[in-house]
Ligand binder design. Structure first.
Ligand code: KIV
Ligand code: NA
Length: 279
């Protein structure tokens, strides 16, 4: 199947077709996701927690993101890829934001970038990157890079005033030139209001069923990452259990001398060669 473009996503919204969005951080996973037919892959800075073992997304660097994003591109050559701008890769200035957004396109083969926030400074960054010719996806609601100000990993927009603030942020991000917005960790009613008022595709993670598309962190939905599971995650598999079981069996078999035994997993040598070799 051909790689989808911004036109396809707009068309899907017009047709009422849901956009399927999933994170990936490496070649193997990306390959499976493309095979499964997801529409869009996010190489999220959740990489920091899921693949690199940090407690937060703060330590993730541009080099980390480029390395993993290019691996995902190699695994999913025909899928639209979103490169997530890590903490402090766009906050400093428009110039910094454009240069780092450009690295995702130039070095990692991403189709667009995503950045967090809905205030005036972020609107300025979105405009600058967009004017440099790069597609920008906004990200509002529960924004992990603003964890300190939000006061922890918790749903946003649960009071009428807070909900209105997020609705206005969505408008500002769209007006700044984002081609799409990801809304995270907000009540269904707020996700619905934003979606109804938007002129661009609205993708949701923990934002209810009314958004134009859905995102999950792949490691959550297959039961690989179990340090913390948000309410909005549905577990479609328990891959963590399957892998641990395989690792255990291997460990036991090696210790007992049960692996390798059969000719199936060993290399042979013809008799004459063996005799000559041992003589
Ligand atoms: O980094 C990420 O995976 C994200 C999603 C959780 C929204 O930004
Ligand atoms: Na992120």
């Amino acid at each position: 199947m051909a790689k989808k473009t911004i036109n396809d996503f707009n068309q899907m919204v017009d047709n009422g077709e849901k956009i399927v969005y999933l994170t990936a951080y490496d070649y193997l996973t990306a390959k499976m996701e493309e095979k499964a037919g997801v529409d869009m892959i996010l190489v999220g800075d959740s990489l920091g927690m899921v693949s690199l073992g940090y407690d937060t997304t703060f330590p993730v660097t541009m080099d980390d993101m480029i390395r993993h994003c290019s691996a995902v591109r190699r695994g999913a050559p025909n899928t639209f890829i979103v490169g997530d701008m890590p903490y402090m890769s766009y906050q400093t200035s428009n110039e910094q934001a454009i240069a780092n957004a450009g690295r995702f396109i130039k070095e990692a083969g991403a189709d667009c970038i995503k950045l967090e926030g809905g205030g005036p400074m972020i609107a300025e960054r979105i405009k600058a990157i967009q004017q440099a010719g790069i597609l920008v996806m906004g990200h509002i609601g529960l924004t992990p890079q603003l964890m300190g100000q939000i006061g922890g990993y918790r749903a946003q927009g649960r009071s009428s005033a807070a909900a209105m603030k997020i609705v206005n942020e969505a408008k500002a991000v769209e007006a700044a030139g984002a081609f799409s917005i990801l809304v995270e960790g907000i009540p269904t009613a707020v996700g619905k209001a934003i979606t109804e008022r938007a002129g661009i595709p609205i993708l949701g993670i923990g934002a209810g069923s009314y958004t134009h598309g859905q995102l999950l962190i792949y490691a959550d939905m297959v039961g690989l990452y179990d340090n913390f599971t948000p309410k909005f995650v549905k577990k479609y598999a328990n891959v963590g259990e399957v892998l641990t079981k395989a690792f255990k069996e291997y460990t036991e078999e090696v210790r007992k001398g049960q692996f390798p035994v059969d000719s199936e997993h060993t290399y042979g040598m013809n008799e004459t060669e063996v005799k000559e070799f041992l003589a």
